[in-house]
Design a protein around this ligand. Structure first.
Ligand code: ATP
Length: 573
C-alpha cells in the first residue's frame, strides 16, 4: 500500500489533520477530523468494552489461570513531581540527541544512519573518507545522492564511489577503524592506501543529514522527553511539574485507593485511557511518533507465584484483540524480548508489532508492549527510586548528604505509604507483581487505517472500469455504520429514507445523503469505510422493502423497511 495515498485520503475525507495547520502546523501534533474522531473513539470503546466493562469476573476466561476482576480509573495529566522522580522518568527518561551546528537541526542520535564513503581515485591522496548520513526513509538513495554531491561526482560516475555497509551513527563512528582495516583500502603492495585517522575525532568526518560540510554535529547529549510546566503563579523552579509521559503511574499511586474503595481482590486489573506527552526529538511517520498521544493501559496485579502464567495470558489475550478486530495476517507479529533484553526482575516482555507501510521491508513498529514488571512500581512508590545493586537486586538509590559526604540519603524518597496487599483467606501479606499491557490508541488507529485501505476496479454508471478506494474497517470500529439514500429526490422517497435514517441514528452513527448519482454516493461511503448502504427506490413504494448493499462483497439484498434497524444492528454491534 502506498502511504502517500492513505495520508491524502485521511486529509481529504477528514480522518486526520495536522494540528494548527493554518499557521503552518506544529511538528508532532495531530488532530482527528469528523471521521477520524469516530474511528478512534470506536477503537477506545472497543478496548474499554472488551477489557473492562464487558469483562465477566465470574468465570475463568480461556487461557487464564483463574477468574479475575477489572476496574477503571481516570487520573490527572499533571501529578506530584515526586511521582516521576521515584518512577525513574526524571533521571532516566532520556534519548541521546545531536545538533547540527550548520543547519540548526536536532536529531535522535540512534536514528541517523550512514555509510563510510570515499572517491576511489582519491585513495592514496591523503583525503579522508566521510561518513555520509541520512534520516530519510529512502536511506539508500539519499546516501548515494549525498555522497555523489559531496565528492563532486555525477550519477553516471557512481562506480567511482566506494560505499561501506549501512550503520547507525553510533555504530558507524565507533567502527571507523574497521573501515580503514578492510582490504578495499590497501594498495597493490598491501600497504594501507588511506591515512589512518583513528586518532582523530570520528564526528569530524561525519556529513550530517542535511549539511554540506563534514564535522558539524555536536557530541551526543541527553535530552529528557518529559514536557516541563509550571504550576501556580509563583513560577519558581520549585513549582516545576511535568506532563505525564505515560498513564501507568496514575494507576500505581491510586492502588491503595482502589483497594480501599472497592472490594477487588488480587488478581485484578486497573485500566486507564488517557493522553500522554513525550517531547520526541524527531516525531515522524504520520501519527506513529507524536508528541501528544493517547494510551490505553492496564496494570494487572497478581500474586508473585502466578505472575508468569498471567504474563502469558495477557500477551496472548492482547494479540487476539487486534486480530479479532481485523489486523490479521502476516503484517501483525508478536516479538518476545530475548532474555538479555529483560530487566532482571522481569520474566518476560513482548511487543505486538505491525508492518506499517512507511517502514522498510521486513521492519515492524510497536503497537503495544506487554511487560512483566515484578513488584518494581509499587515498591518504588513505597520506598523510593530503586536501582540494581551489585547482586542484581533492587534497592533504594542512595546519594551523599550535602556537606556530610560520609552520610547517605535516598536520592528520591518514596511516599512511605504501605502499598502491600493482605490476602484475606491466607492472611499472607505481599507486594503484588504487575503485568502491564500498554498500547497506543493513535498507533492502533493508524494500523487499522493502513490495514483497511484497499483498491479494486469497478464499473461506473457508464460501464467504464474505475478504481474504487475502500476502507475495509471491521464494522465495530467503522466511523459510520450505515448510510441511507433515496434513489431519487421525489415521489416521497426522501421522506421514507429520512425516517429510516432517524431510527438508525438513535442507535449508532448513520449518514443521510440525497445528492448526486447513487453510484457516486456509494463510492463516498466506501472511502469512509461505511459497511452498509441502504437505498430507498421505486419498489419501496410497492412492497415496502429497501436494498442493503455490503461494502466488501458488493452484494445487495432487500429487507422490509421495519426490519432495517435490526438487520444492521446485528451486523455492526
Ligand atoms: P517507542 O520505542 O516506539 O518509542 P516505547 O517502547 O517507548 O515506544 P512505551 O513506553 O512502551 O513505548 O509506550 C506504550 C505504547 O504507547 C507504545 O506501544 C505506543 O503504542 C504508544 N506510544 C509511545 N510513544 C508514542 C509516541 N511518541 N506516539 C504515539 N504513540 C506512542
Amino acid at each position: 500500500m502506498d502511504m502517500d495515498k492513505l495520508v491524502s485520503l485521511c486529509k481529504r475525507r477528514g480522518f486526520l489533520f495536522q494540528s494548527s495547520e493554518i499557521y503552518g502546523g506544529l511538528n508532532g501534533f495531530w488532530d482527528y477530523g469528523p471521521l477520524g474522531v469516530e474511528l478512534k473513539r470506536n477503537i477506545k470503546e472497543a478496548w474499554w468494552q472488551d477489557m473492562v466493562r464487558g469483562h465477566d469476573e465470574l468465570s475463568t476466561p480461556a487461557g487464564a489461570p483463574e477468574a479475575y476482576e477489572m476496574t477503571g480509573l481516570d487520573c490527572t495529566i499533571i501529578m506530584h513531581p515526586q511521582v516521576w522522580k521515584v518512577s525513574g522518568h526524571y533521571d532516566l527518561f532520556c534519548d541521546m540527541m545531536v545538533d547540527c551546528k550548520a543547519t540548526k537541526k536536532r536529531y535522535r542520535y540512534d536514528q541517523i544512519k550512514g555509510r563510510w564513503a570515499f572517491r576511489k581515485d582519491q585513495v592514496g591522496t591523503g583525503k579522508p573518507p566521510v561518513f555520509v548520513t541520512t534520516v530519510a526513509e529512502e536511506f539508500d538513495a539519499d546516501i548515494e545522492r549525498r555522497a555523489l554531491k559531496y565528492f563532486n561526482l555525477r550519477s553516471k560516475q557512481a562506480d567511482q564511489l566506494d560505499l561501506g555497509e549501512l550503520m547507525s551513527l553510533p555504530q558507524g563512528i565507533s567502527a571507523q577503524h574497521g573501515y580503514f582495516e578492510s582490504e578495499t583500502y590497501y594498495d597493490a603492495e598491501g600497504k594501507p592506501a588511506l591515512t589512518d585517522y583513528s586518532s582523530d575525532t570520528p564526528l569530524n568526518h561525519v556529513l550530517a543529514p542535511e549539511a554540506n560540510e563534514v564535522g558539524t554535529l555536536t557530541e551526543p547529549r541527553e535530552f529528557n522527553l518529559m514536557f516541563k510546566t509550571i504550576v501556580g503563579a509563583m513560577g519558581t523552579e520549585e513549582d516545576a511539574a511535568f506532563l505525564r509521559p505515560e498513564t501507568a503511574q496514575g494507576i500505581f499511586v491510586n492502588f491503595k485507593n482502589v483497594l480501599d474503595s472497592t472490594r477487588v481482590k488480587v488478581p485484578f486489573g486497573i485500566a486507564q485511557i488517557g493522553k500522554s506527552f513525550r517531547n520526541e526529538i524527531t516525531p515522524r511517520n504520520f501519527t506513529f511518533r507524536s508528541r501528544e498521544f493517547e494510551q490505553m493501559e492496564i496494570e494487572f496485579f497478581c500474586h508473585p507465584n502466578a505472575s508468569r502464567k498471567w504474563y502469558e495470558y495477557w500477551r496472548d489475550r492482547r494479540m487476539k484483540w487486534y486480530t479479532d478486530l481485523g489486523l490479521a495476517g502476516e503484517r501483525l507479529i508478536m516479538r518476545e524480548h530475548a532474555a538479555d533484553e529483560l530487566s532482571h526482575y522481569s520474566v518476560g516482555t513482548a511487543d505486538i508489532e505491525y508492518a506499517f507501510p512507511f517502514l522498510p521491508e521486513g521492519e515492524y513498529g510497536e503497537l503495544e508492549g506487554i511487560a512483566h514488571r515484578g513488584d518494581f512500581d509499587l515498591r518504588s512508590h513505597m520506598e523510593g527510586k530503586l536501582v540494581k545493586n551489585a547482586e542484581g537486586c533492587l534497592e533504594v538509590e542512595m546519594v551523599p548528604v550535602e556537606g556530610k559526604p560520609d552520610k547517605l540519603r535516598p536520592k528520591h524518597r518514596g511516599s512511605g505509604r504501605d502499598l502491600t496487599y493482605r490476602d484475606e483467606v491466607t492472611n499472607e501479606k505481599f507486594v503484588p507483581h504487575v503485568i502491564e499491557p500498554s498500547s497506543g490508541a493513535d498507533r492502533a488507529t493508524l494500523a487499522f487505517l493502513c490495514e483497511a485501505y484497499y483498491e479494486d476496479e469497478q464499473p461506473d454508471e457508464k460501464g467504464e472500469m474505475q478504481t474504487r478506494v475502500v476502507m475495509r474497517f471491521h464494522p465495530r470500529i467503522a466511523p459510520i455504520k450505515a448510510a441511507v439514500f433515496p434513489l431519487v429526490k421525489k415521489d416521497g422517497l426522501p421522506e421514507i429514507a429520512q425516517e429510516i435514517y432517524r431510527k438508525l441514528k438513535a442507535k449508532f452513527s448513520a449518514f443521510y445523503d440525497e445528492k448526486g448519482a447513487v453510484g457516486r454516493r456509494y463510492r463516498r461511503q466506501d472511502e469512509a469505510g461505511t459497511p452498509y448502504c441502504i437505498t430507498v427506490d421505486g419498489q419501496t413504494l410497492t412492497d415496502n422493502t429497501v436494498t442493503i448493499r455490503d461494502r466488501d462483497t458488493l452484494e445487495q439484498w432487500r429487507v422490509k423497511v421495519d426490519e432495517v434497524v435490526e438487520e444492521i444492528s446485528k451486523r455492526v454491534m
